[in-house]
Design a binder for this molecule. Structure first.
Ligand SMILES: NC(=O)c1ccc[n+]([C@@H]2O[C@H](COP(=O)([O-])OP(=O)(O)OC[C@H]3O[C@@H](n4cnc5c(N)ncnc54)[C@H](OP(=O)(O)O)[C@@H]3O)[C@@H](O)[C@H]2O)c1
Length: 328
């Protein structure tokens, strides 16, 4: 089959589309014919040398994919079922979704709701799964029905899907972006207001900023996350999933002990079966009422993946990049 292979030898990185043999399935693995994969921030990290996240020297990239099961001995996952495949070490420590077929353990697979096509599943992808999981976590911590919710990295994968889903659920997303030229696009996705990255910081000379946000979805990390914590309203929550600015978090205990704020960690990689089910079911409900097609930045062939990684690295994507593994 054709696949996008990433290999590192003597510090030298090679990324190319190759004909590779399909790896023998273990009895518990399920084989999926891939319709689409998506490009995530993590994929760009895997295709770097040295890589902080890639666990082996040679791997087929792609942390997620969607398609149809062609071989399975799992009763709940029959041949012909349309699925999303993501999580665990897919595309990081075992062969992933940038290929015509992907083989994965059953717990990496989620059967898709009837309202979501395999293409739409990858418009959502791991980034959108993370956005939905973030919203569900905020709701579990008492998010008011029409709350204003700050979304950082708003034109990226997690951010743009978060803006779209928040608006679809009746919240008022405030989009923070370093791409002011995308302001109209973000309003069209449902943002009630668009602000610059630097507008999150408030009253730096004080211990706390103005209590502005009922809640926030942050995939940026670093000082952005610190500024959000300083500016949450009493009892507010931030769902933190990412580190595009920095993995370091320097903050104080004041937001926690004087405003009772909550820092909620979001992890899509090891999400439990019940979380996966809840997230995909809710996405299926929302998908009936929202057109997510405008979230596609572009659709590419595997040969164009290196350019896509470059766009992700320099933060110039708008929404999601889809990968069609069929020959060009
Ligand atoms: N916890 C999990 O399970 C999980 C799952 C998925 C993703 N993630 C993480 O979430 C993050 C985002 O992933 P993604 O796939 O959405 O990436 P992405 O599509 O590249 O989006 C990231 C966005 O962040 C903004 N940005 C880029 N560099 C920045 C910087 N230096 N400072 C501030 N903002 C910056 C840009 O948006 P603007 O131009 O609009 O500001 C960019 O589009 C990554 O760290 C990823 O590893 C975690």
């Amino acid at each position: 089959m054709r696949a996008f292979e990433i290999s590192e030898a003597d510090g030298k990185l090679s990324c190319e589309v190759r004909d590779v043999e399909l790896v023998q399935l273990t009895p518990s693995d399920v084989l999926v014919k891939v319709d689409f994969s998506g490009v995530n921030y993590k994929d760009a990290l895997v295709a770097s040398a040295p890589s902080r996240v890639r666990r082996i020297d040679k791997v087929i990239g792609g942390v997620d994919a969607a398609g149809t099961i062609v071989v399975s001995s799992i009763p709940d996952l029959r041949v012909g079922t349309r699925v999303a495949v993501h999580g665990g070490d897919l595309g990081v420590g075992r062969d992933g979704g940038f290929a015509e077929f992907v083989s994965a353990p059953a717990h990496f697979l989620s059967a898709l709701p009837s309202t979501i096509t395999t293409r739409e599943a990858m418009i959502i992808g791991t980034a959108g799964f993370t956005a939905m999981a973030s919203i569900l976590a905020l709701e579990a911590h008492g998010l008011d029905a029409d709350a204003q919710v700050l979304v950082t990295g708003a034109t990226g994968g997690v951010g743009s899907v978060a803006v779209t889903l928040l608006a679809a659920r009746g919240y008022q997303p405030v989009a923070s972006t370093g791409s002011p030229s995308e302001s109209t696009w973000l309003h069209e996705r449902g943002a009630v207001r668009v602000i610059g990255r630097d507008e999150i910081s408030d009253k730096p000379e004080r211990v706390l900023g103005t209590a502005r946000w009922a809640a926030a979805i942050d995939c940026v990390g670093g000082d952005t996350l610190n500024q959000i914590l300083r500016s949450l309203q009493y009892g507010g929550s931030v769902a933190a999933s990412g580190l595009v600015a920095s993995a370091e978090l320097t903050t104080t205990v004041y937001p926690f002990i004087t405003r009772a704020v909550n820092l909620l960690g979001i992890d899509a990689v090891e999400a439990t079966a019940s979380t996966r089910e809840r997230v995909w079911t809710t996405l299926g409900e929302i998908a009936q009422n929202v057109d997510i097609a405008p979230l596609v930045d572009r659709e590419i062939k595997m040969e164009q993946l290196p350019d896509a990684f470059e766009s992700i690295r320099n933060g110039s994507t708008r929404g999601r990049i889809l990968v069609d593994p069929s020959p060009g």
